[in-house]
Design a protein around this ligand. Structure first.
Ligand SMILES: [Ca+2]
Ligand SMILES: [Ca+2]
Ligand SMILES: [Ca+2]
Ligand SMILES: [Ca+2]
Length: 349
């Protein structure tokens, strides 16, 4: 319990009415993994503690800025701006409760009518204070693999200062790029080969043994024809149509004896010219951290007792596999060209 603003007027010692035993609450709800749910348009974030004492903290929020979300378990996907919500009135409030028995959260906080037992024996409700919600990507540690291509961010030129490596210069940094060399073969499928295939020192497939792993090599077999031009555009189109299964599937049809031309230096014909690019959408993870500033809970029994902190880190909500759209510079240009053409057609009409 940090930064106690005022002396705690509440002793944390409670006398249970039932058996006369002294129950001491630990008030152990800081930095909790919060569980979100939604009820009557309100978001509720709750945490319970059933060690030694049965207690819960729940944050009820009803704020328009939290509504524009993809699913009810997401508070916000805005990683650039923190949200501050004043805790006032019935709509936005923090509630601390102590019960006479074990508390399971979901039934209590996420159903219209809470169960009859356990019984609430003490209740504290916020009087003022601000809930500050800070949301950040939760997949940007050096060990994480944001684009799920099997290579950790740290090995893909992720830079905490924002100067990320973009090998193919397509506008998508390597750590978010499912096709780092823009050859239309996803990194996940070209980073490893069979055990007998040549590899780089780091152990990645290096077909032409030029020291550049295939996943960063735009000409994998070093026959002078870019890999992207050794793949039948129908195969790329099919991968795009199959909506981001991230793999050219089945095996590219431009092949000899089951061996794709782009890995065969003796085959450089046919040579396909096209500017198709794979779908680069991925999914990402987020963490929202909830801090209560000017934390002030008032006991609801009329005694006026309260609990205060100037800052209290209530906890966090993690969400994973949230769709994250990405377009390469080329795809964006194509999109704009199409829009312009549409406009011109409209004008002509
Ligand atoms: Ca990766
Ligand atoms: Ca890139
Ligand atoms: Ca590639
Ligand atoms: Ca080639």
């Amino acid at each position: 319990m940090k930064k106690i603003l005022a002396a705690l007027f509440f002793s944390f010692a409670l006398f249970s009415c039932d058996d006369g035993d002294i129950t001491v609450t630990s008030f152990d709800l800081e930095n909790s993994d919060l569980t979100p749910c939604e009820i009557d348009d309100k978001k509720v974030l709750w945490a319970v503690n059933n060690e030694d004492v049965y207690e819960s903290m729940s944050l009820e929020l009803d704020d328009n800025r939290l509504r524009d979300t993809l699913s009810q378990t997401i508070l916000t996907l805005d990683v650039s701006e923190d949200l501050e919500i004043n805790l006032s009135g019935e709509d936005n409030r923090l509630v601390y409760r102590i019960y006479d028995g074990e508390i399971t959260g979901g039934e209590y906080f996420c159903k219209g009518v809470p169960p009859g037992s356990p019984r609430v024996i003490e209740e504290y409700v916020s009087a003022g204070g601000v809930a500050k919600i800070t949301t950040r990507f939760n997949d940007i540690t050096l060990e994480a693999d944001a684009d799920a291509d099997g290579i950790p961010n740290g090995e893909e030129g992720y830079d905490p200062d924002g100067d990320h490596l973009d090998t193919d210069g397509d506008g998508i940094p390597d750590y978010l790029d499912i096709d780092d060399d823009n050859d239309n073969v996803p990194t996940a499928t070209e980073k490893n080969g069979s055990p007998e295939d040549p590899t780089t020192e780091e152990g990645y497939l290096d077909t032409d043994e030029d020291g550049i792993p295939d996943y960063l090599d735009p000409d994998d077999d070093n026959d002078g024809i870019l890999t992207r031009h050794e793949i039948d555009p129908d195969d790329v189109q099919r991968a795009i149509d199959e909506n981001n299964d991230d793999f050219l599937s089945p095996i590219p049809t431009a092949e000899v004896d089951g061996f794709p031309n782009y890995l065969n230096k003796d085959v450089f014909d046919p040579n396909f010219e096209h500017d198709l690019q794979l779908d680069h959408h991925i999914t990402r993870s987020y963490r929202s951290t909830i801090e209560i500033k000017n934390f002030n809970l008032i006991r609801q029994d009329g005694s006026g007792e309260d609990i205060r902190f100037d800052s209290y880190i209530l906890g966090r909500v993690d969400v994973t596999r949230i769709p994250f759209q990405q377009f390469t510079n080329q795809q964006q240009e194509n999109e704009e060209d199409e829009d312009n053409e549409d406009e011109e057609t409209d004008i002509e009409d």
